[in-house]
Design a protein around this ligand. Structure first.
Ligand SMILES: Cc1cc2nc3c(=O)[nH]c(=O)nc-3n(C[C@H](O)[C@H](O)[C@H](O)COP(=O)(O)O)c2cc1C
Length: 195
């Protein structure tokens, strides 16, 4: 065994979604964010295209993001479907987090790699971010409100037309007890074929 598998198993199983409402005011250091993003970059990537792009919102940048999210929600959601609760969450979450990272996929120029595989690579990068957060005792939350897939969002993040924002990743220290979760038994999801 090259690594301590029991620790790795525990890290993977302990990874949890921690919502910004559960975050304390404690600040996450820039060096920690850099480790989180460096680990993200070690995700598998078809053709080594490394399609991930990170837009990191800290300090006053969180207010800029909050203002944008609130405005975009109101602009993109028909009045009848608007929810005060959703709006409040969108606006307040960046401010409750020490850092928010918009995780994006930059479409390969040649388009030889299928888009889904570029998206899958970025999803793997996000899992690396989650696991690194867990190792630090940091909470993380991968959020995908509908508006992240809009043109408005691409403009705000200065993404190209074929690029995509795949999520807002909120990071902060949890002020609450680390939650437990469960998964179905392996038999539920696995079929063994021996012939
Ligand atoms: C692609 C993706 C998008 C997600 N988007 C949201 C979201 O918009 N809102 C939300 O509450 N949770 C979101 N989640 C987090 C899931 O709700 C969470 O992973 C699930 O409840 C399992 O909890 P755990 O992460 O603690 O194991 C997302 C997860 C993934 C993989």
């Amino acid at each position: 065994m090259r690594f301590n598998l029991s620790e790795i198993n525990e890290l993977i199983r302990e990874r949890r979604t921690i919502y910004p409402e559960q975050f304390s005011d404690r600040k996450v250091h820039k060096e920690q964010i850099e480790v989180i993003l460096n680990n993200a970059q070690w995700a598998p990537t078809h053709g080594n295209t490394q399609p991930w792009r990170f837009k990191v919102f800290t300090e006053e940048g969180r207010q800029t993001l909050s203002t944008f999210l609130g405005g975009a929600y109101l602009e993109l959601t028909p009045v009848k479907e608007q929810s005060d609760l959703k709006l409040k969450k969108l606006v307040s979450r960046p401010l409750k987090s020490s850092v928010v990272i918009a995780v994006c996929m930059e479409r390969q120029k040649e388009e030889t790699i299928p888009e889904i595989e570029e998206i899958e690579a970025v999803a793997c990068a996000i899992q690396n971010m989650y696991l690194t957060c867990t190792a630090y005792g940091l909470g993380g939350f991968w959020s995908t409100p509908k508006l992240i897939y809009s043109e408005l969002m691409n403009d705000f993040l200065q993404l190209g037309q074929k690029d995509k924002c795949l999520g807002l990743f909120y990071i902060g220290y949890s002020k609450e007890q680390w939650p437990k979760s469960h998964r179905k038994p392996l038999e539920y999801s696995t079929e063994w074929r021996t012939q």
